[in-house]
Design a protein around this ligand. Structure first.
Ligand SMILES: Nc1nc2c(c(=O)[nH]1)N[C@H]1C(S)=C(S)[C@@H](COP(=O)(O)O)O[C@H]1N2
Ligand SMILES: [Mo]
Length: 206
């Protein structure tokens, strides 16, 4: 996408001045690829998305069914715990808040656990997931996601460090209790708010 900025330095200064750069971050104009393990193969004939746990009705969508759901386009800034931020990224997908209307939650639902291919998980409070700009996304800048960026489907949760935006999502669990995910169990912060610089867990051993 064409940038209004002449240089990386200029864009970085502008984002800092606008209060859009969280503490300890710096700008990237590339789109880094970051994940643990291999990029899964996608088979449209067998792929599905499931919801379970504290839901009124457990449900499953095939790739065709999921693509038939209404989508929205969201532009947001993303922040990786390793220090890069990328501004004005544009995603298209199903808004999470609209998505849950399709099956309904039970009153016990307080946390969302995203389950991705190969057992990757990440946990988020339900109230964070209900914000306007949280998507189950399959397009980036108007084109289907690249496999390494999460095709066919990923979470986009801009208000948390980007590790919580699970790529290759297959199941969404609604839980009364929190269940720290893959990176959270590995020592990353449970909340991961970039504005509070919640990068790592500070455990106190007694
Ligand atoms: N399934 C899965 N999703 C994942 C990860 C992972 O290891 N596995 N890494 C996360 C991390 S640490 C980041 S920064 C973003 C990177 O997304 P990108 O590769 O599209 O930039 O994906 C997140 N989603
Ligand atoms: Mo990350």
């Amino acid at each position: 996408m064409a940038s209004e900025f002449q240089s990386r330095r200029e864009e970085e200064q502008a984002m800092k001045a606008a209060g859009r750069m969280p503490p300890g971050q710096s700008l990237t104009q590339k789109f880094p690829v970051l994940h643990y393990g291999p990029v899964p193969k996608f088979d449209p004939a067998t792929w599905d998305l499931r919801v379970f746990g504290a839901v009124q009705q457990e449900m499953r969508w095939t790739w065709d069914e999921f693509q038939a759901l209404p989508t929205v386009t969201v532009t947001a800034d993303i922040h990786c715990v390793t220090g890069w931020s990328k501004f004005d990224t544009t995603w298209e997908g199903v808004r999470f808040r609209d998505f849950i209307e399709l099956f309904g939650l039970t009153p016990e639902a307080r946390f969302v656990i995203a389950h991705a291919e190969y057992g990757f998980t990440t946990n988020l409070p339900l109230e964070v997931m209900l914000e306007d700009n949280v998507l189950l996304a399959y397009k980036y800048n108007g084109a289907y996601l690249e496999p390494e960026h999460g095709f066919p489907l990923r979470l986009v949760v801009p208000q948390r460090y980007f590790w919580k935006s699970a790529k290759w999502v297959r199941k969404l669990e609604f839980s009364p209790v929190d269940k720290p995910g893959f990176w959270e169990q590995a020592g990353y912060h449970n909340e991961g708010d970039p504005w509070k610089e919640q990068r790592h867990q500070h455990r106190s051993f007694f």
